[in-house]
Design a protein. Structure first.
Length: 337
């Protein structure tokens, strides 16, 4: 007899106001094989990628299960697994091309998983994987930042999910961190997480930076509206500096603005390694191990700010509404079935 599990998903891409935008479902528990882990999901977090993926119509008759941040317990391991054992507490972001973590049980390639920080609850841990992987890859792989270099970085949208980790990681690496925020509460939040200087992103950035005594910055990490900030980034990046963005452009970008500076522009997409099964797929396991250690040491803090219970269609709609509002500080997590 097939064992069943609870899940939250949808059959059609619908506005959140529609009660069918998310449904409480009962699905078969998947069978484990290869390097997959079967994980009992204890807590999940919602990210902007969830809200974007929700607008995509499922390509077959199966329900679409989102969720790309989770913490849970390993219930079974595939025959080719070497990194984990049954009973291990883990956290991970997963693979956007496979069913996500909004289900009581999920299959995940072990190379995308690490042991949960022992000092964090499942909810606190579930807030961290996607944003930590994105921030870490952007800073240390795409921008190739060297720790304790004495250089400067501008982080646009420093109080969001990725920004809250990127500011901590950049500060921990010894950079002078300049972040953008606008509301008093977001300014305070980003300062708490390691930003030395805060600029108002609703006002032109170059004059504000110049007032602070900087002509240029060595690195820029753009976490909001690449189109809107392109000209400012091109003006502020140092000669031979590097810009990384995680937000897709809607219009052509004038790369010629970077030519005289020999500046670099690069994208970061956290799912690239899993999507294309790159040779360095295992690096996400290693990055999450590092993040876990930093969290246990207190060098990083969880960015969880709100927890909803239980994991259901109703609470999932509420969480998506919070993320889509653009007013979120930190991360929202759902826990318990």
């Amino acid at each position: 007899m097939t064992e069943l599990m609870k899940a939250v998903g949808y059959y059609h891409a619908l506005p959140l106001e529609n009660p069918d935008s998310f449904l409480d479902l009962t699905l078969p528990i998947p069978n484990v094989s290869g390097r997959d882990l079967l994980i009992e999901v204890k807590a999940v977090s919602v990210n902007p990628v969830d809200t974007k993926q929700r607008t995509l119509e499922p390509q077959n008759l199966e329900p679409r299960i989102l969720g790309f941040d989770a913490a849970g317990v390993v219930k079974a391991v595939g025959p080719d697994c070497t990194l984990f054992s049954q009973g291990d507490e883990v956290f991970y972001a997963g693979d956007v091309t496979r069913p996500g973590s909004n289900s009581h049980f999920q299959l995940v390639d072990e190379r995308l998983v690490a042991k949960k920080p022992s000092q964090l609850t499942f909810a606190e841990a579930a807030a961290m994987p996607l944003t930590s992987l994105t921030a870490y890859e952007a800073l240390f792989e795409r921008l190739a930042i060297e720790p304790n270099s004495g250089k400067t970085i501008l982080i646009i949208a420093a109080s969001g999910g990725v920004g809250s980790i990127a500011t901590q990681l950049a500060n921990h690496a010894g950079l002078t961190v300049i972040g953008t925020a606008s509301r008093p509460e977001t300014v305070a939040w980003t300062k708490e997480h390691g930003t030395a200087i805060v600029l108002n992103h609703h006002q032109p950035l170059p004059p504000q930076l110049h007032v602070q005594g900087y002509d240029y910055v060595d690195y820029i990490l753009c976490l909001n509206n690449t189109d809107a900030y392109w000209d400012a980034m091109a003006e502020l990046i140092a000669p031979q500096g590097k810009i990384c963005s995680i937000v897709e452009n809607e219009h052509p970008l004038e790369l010629g603005k970077l030519k005289s500076k020999s500046a670099t522009f690069v994208w970061e997409f956290m799912f690239t390694k899993a999507m294309y099964q790159t040779k360095d797929l295992y690096s996400q396991h290693e990055i999450l191990k590092t993040i876990s250690q930093l969290l246990d040491q207190g060098a990083l803090r969880s960015t969880l700010t709100e927890t909803l219970r239980p994991i259901s269609a109703k609470t999932m709609r509420a969480a998506h509404q919070k993320v889509e509002s653009g007013k979120m500080i930190g991360k929202v997590v759902l826990e318990s079935y």
